[in-house]
Design a protein around this ligand. Structure first.
Ligand code: ADP
Ligand code: ADP
Length: 229
């Protein structure tokens, strides 16, 4: 079964202060288990909207979505979303932040600490587990966000411009880091960016959004050497 299936998916945002806005229409998309797909396109063309629909955070107004055969109609820890600016709880330690979702599930302290340690090991931050978020750099905080997602053992990682707030060097290091994490997690990744170099560096497949609603095109990059910054 595919990790994500979209059939005829569309979203019209309800009229608020402005008139109702059709952000997406007629999207068909299949993502295989373990595939790394990048959504590329200019601002405002609906990339984040499609990610929120796949996350189950918003309902599609047209069509239907499935993940591993199940209809997507609510958020699930199997589909973890990571944003550009991570909100870690400043009053909790790194490991407590990482295991926060497990405490909602009712896991005890020992189990939470050990799951957090394992997830932090995978992002190279085990040594920082007892620190507070404000003692970490921006890149480290985004790695904590990735660890927090990994602790829930997601089958699909949804990332909305997760490195956009980082400087260019840190961004390049985070891309390498993400590819390592992705390879040993076995998860599918859906990654939104408007940087074509980032898309080419990361993707098995690039889904290009255009500014006409519903127009998406798929491109499979050939293996080019990484651009140097
Ligand atoms: P992208 O991620 O490609 O920049 P978005 O999915 O954020 O694009 O936005 C697509 C369109 O939907 C935009 O016109 C945007 O203004 C609109 N939109 C996004 N989120 C909302 C919302 N919560 N309410 C109303 N309109 C929204
Ligand atoms: P935007 O302002 O378009 O949302 P970002 O916040 O991601 O873009 O980046 C700010 C600026 O930094 C961009 O306009 C771009 O000129 C530069 N920049 C960001 N990432 C890269 C990169 N990977 N390579 C080269 N330049 C970059």
């Amino acid at each position: 079964k595919d990790a994500v299936v979209c059939r005829g998916v569309g979203k019209t945002w309800a009229a608020g202060t402005r008139r109702a806005h059709n952000a997406l229409t007629g999207i068909d998309l299949d993502v295989a288990p373990g595939e790394f797909v990048v959504f590329l396109g200019p601002s405002g063309c609906g990339k984040s909207t499609l990610l929120y629909l796949i996350a189950g955070l918003e309902d599609a107004t047209e069509g239907q979505l499935w993940s591993f055969g199940d209809l997507v109609d609510t958020p699930s820890p199997e589909r973890s979303l990571i944003f550009q600016e991570t909100s870690l709880f400043p009053w909790l330690t790194v490991w407590e932040n990482v295991s926060f979702g497990l405490s909602i599930r009712g896991a005890g302290k020992e189990e939470r600490r050990s799951v957090a340690a394992e997830a932090l090991q995978r992002v190279g931050l085990k040594a920082a587990m007892d620190k507070r978020p404000d003692e970490l750099s921006g890149g480290m905080r985004q790695r904590v966000a990735v660890a927090r997602a990994l602790a829930m053992r997601p089958k699909v990682l949804l990332m909305d411009e997760p490195f956009a707030a980082l400087d260019v060097q840190t961004r390049a290091r985070m891309q390498d880091f993400l590819l390592d994490v992705w390879r040993d997690s076995g998860a599918s990744v859906l990654f939104v960016t408007h940087h074509i170099d980032e898309a080419v560096a990361l993707a098995d497949r690039v889904v290009v959004f255009t500014s006409r609603p519903g127009r998406i095109k798929t491109i499979v990059p050939i293996d080019l050497p990484r651009p140097r910054n």
